[in-house]
Design a protein around this ligand. Structure first.
Ligand code: ADP
Ligand code: GN1
Ligand code: MG
Length: 367
């Protein structure tokens, strides 16, 4: 990327004023995110520009249709509620001059643009139980919002995204072929995962038997996908809407447990630092139930701790699959990066396993 190319992309959006500068932004594993500043009537205004990874999101235009619907529903709700800072409380897409919610650059690659939410930030690592509470209640509110979206079922932007069984089977296939000759090095991880194979059917089984409902969910509820207000500490806006689609609420709750209870980074190399911290879990449960406690059913509530363990295993499976395949999916910054990430996930699974009874007891007391 360079300034001229970004400026050419920006020109295709309904943005007035003069382009000033841009820089890369964020720490996501899939898309490329930039922040660019413009001078508008004497004020510096920033926008987020994202180049969507169409190798991974092969139905990117459908994905943008989902995002346009979800963000419009959020804006309408905030408007109806008389919220004054509505453009900080939900992502606001900037339309292209063509009228579409995205543009294509000279190479044909798809870009979208959002208003930059000022005075708030995302956290890669949880610092306080308050942040956990705020993140969980924001993601819960988001599920309430998406439950009220009218019209046709949202597009499935990546089919079987949280089909844990399919993720396991895929790892088994890749391990059988072992295209990079890396299997021998990961025998402990692969064995650890194999011993837990039966977990992969649990939530899908509950859904198939009608015991937990399909909902419209976020599906990527990492802590760093919620913006926390710098001044108040409130969770003000859920972001990263690429995977919003029909799914199970428990995968959303579970990914918060995965990303908002441990003091270690997702790619920490010292797995001794990885720990499911009970006060963070308790805050997640309270925050989540404060917004969706009234619509979750008993089976959903009973599997909240399990969902944390399951999705952490699932993401571990995905990191290991990518390592065995030669690091073709997640962005990596060093050799062995995906293996480090896998090991961190498995360490967290272990930490959840030994505390699961206490976690369940806490949920029972709250729900
Ligand atoms: P990725 O899919 O790569 O994770 P995100 O949509 O989560 O991309 O964006 C990456 C980072 O950019 C976020 O963690 C957040 O810090 C920042 N960001 C995204 N959208 C906005 C926005 N509208 N305003 C301010 N910051 C944003
Ligand atoms: C990816 O784009 P990002 O970094 O928010 C991935 C998630 C994983 C996550 C692991 C589309 O999310 O599913 O949970 O990495 N997104 C996609 O950190 O695969
Ligand atoms: Mg993100």
């Amino acid at each position: 990327m360079n300034s001229n190319r970004l400026r050419a992309v920006a020109r295709q959006f309904e943005i007035s004023g003069s382009y000033l500068e841009y820089r890369p932004h964020g720490s996501g594993h899939i898309n490329d995110t930039f922040v660019a500043a413009f001078s508008q009537a004497g004020t510096r205004i920033r926008y987020i520009f994202q180049r969507v990874n169409e190798r991974i999101f092969q139905r990117a235009e459908e994905l943008m249709d989902n995002i346009a619907r979800v963000t419009a529903a959020a804006a309408a709700r905030l408007e109806a509620d008389g919220v004054v800072d509505s453009t900080r409380r939900a992502l606001r897409l900037i339309p292209a001059r063509s009228g579409k919610p995205f543009v294509r650059d000279a190479e044909g690659r798809l870009w979208r643009c959002y208003l930059f939410i000022e005075g708030a930030r995302t956290y890669d690592i949880i610092e306080t139980p308050r942040q956990a509470f705020e993140a969980a209640s924001a993601f819960g509110d988001f599920q309430k919002l998406t439950a009220s979206i009218d019209g046709p079922r949202l597009h499935e932007t990546i089919p079987d995204f949280h089909h844990t069984r399919a993720r396991f089977n895929r790892l088994r296939e890749v391990a059988t072929v072992d295209p990079m000759g890396r299997l021998r090095e990961v025998a402990p991880e692969w064995n650890y995962i194999r011993e837990r194979e039966e977990w992969t059917d649990v939530l899908i089984g509950l859904a198939a038997r009608g015991e937990i409902p399909e909902r419209v969910t976020h599906n990527d509820t990492k802590l760093n996908n919620v913006m926390i207000d710098d001044a108040t500490g409130a969770g003000i806006c859920v972001i990263d809407l690429d995977t919003v689609m029909p799914g199970l609420a428990l995968y959303d709750f579970g990914d918060m447990v995965r990303t908002a209870t441990s003091p270690a980074a997702e790619d920490e190399q010292d797995t001794g630092k990885v720990l499911m911290q009970m006060p963070m879990f308790e805050a997640l449960v309270r925050g989540y139930l404060s917004s969706v406690g009234d619509f979750l059913n008993e089976a959903e509530k009973a599997h909240m701790a399990f969902s944390g363990k399951l999705i952490t295993l699932e993401i571990g499976i995905r990191f290991l699959t990518d390592y065995l395949e030669g690091d073709v999916y997640f962005k990596t910054k060093r050799p062995g990066h995906n293996l480090d990430r896998c090991r961190t996930q498995l360490a967290l699974v272990r930490s959840i396993e030994v505390q699961e009874e206490a976690m369940n007891a806490f949920v029972r007391g709250e729900a």
